[in-house]
Design a protein around this ligand. Structure first.
Ligand code: 5GP
Ligand code: ZN
Length: 152
């Protein structure tokens, strides 16, 4: 395994958190990843996992840093849902302004979901989204499959 790239962007808010220049409510850290409470939670204990090395979007992330973020998500999700009593959670990762990305340092949201009847839902029920599926047609699917596989 290669040595971690710890490159930082001095203008980046999450790099400043990683460097300890801005405080956070830390939940976990290891050689490559940091997890902390989101300052603007959609629901109780909404949290973020970030790679320590600066990368803007997921396509820029090294496999090692992606693996480090991914490795903590199962345990962190369980700890968050256990601590809050949330029956469900979403893992969300936004890339680009059109996808809702506000902070240009890759991050994975862990967003607990609460039943509106739960007392914890007073702090927000969690992520809401409009999911309107279309139909996947065979000819388009094959063309997409081919184009995407060429890029891997
Ligand atoms: P995005 O829209 O980029 O996917 O989400 C960025 C998230 O970062 C938001 O949920 C926002 O509340 C959170 N955030 C922005 N600045 C800070 C900060 O200084 N500290 C913490 N803990 N969270 C932040
Ligand atoms: Zn950064």
């Amino acid at each position: 395994m290669s040595r971690p790239n710890q490159s930082q962007d001095p203008e980046c808010i999450f790099c400043k958190i990683i460097a300890g220049q801005i405080p956070c409510y830390e939940l976990h850290q290891d050689e490559r990843a940091l997890a902390f409470l989101d300052i603007g939670p959609l629901s109780k204990a909404h949290s973020l996992v970030v790679p320590k090395a600066h990368a803007t979007t997921i396509d820029e992330l090294s496999s090692e840093d992606a693996a480090a973020c991914g490795a903590i998500l199962p345990r962190l999700s369980k700890a968050i849902t256990t601590a809050t009593g949330a029956p469900a959670c979403n893992i969300l990762q936004n890339n680009g302004a059109l996808a809702g990305q506000a902070v240009g340092h890759v991050h994975f949201h862990v967003i607990p979901r609460f039943d509106p009847a739960q007392p914890e839902a007073e702090e927000g029920v969690g992520l809401r989204f409009d999911w309107t599926p279309n139909k996947l047609e065979a000819d388009k699917a094959q063309a997409l499959q081919s184009a995407i596989r060429q890029g891997l």
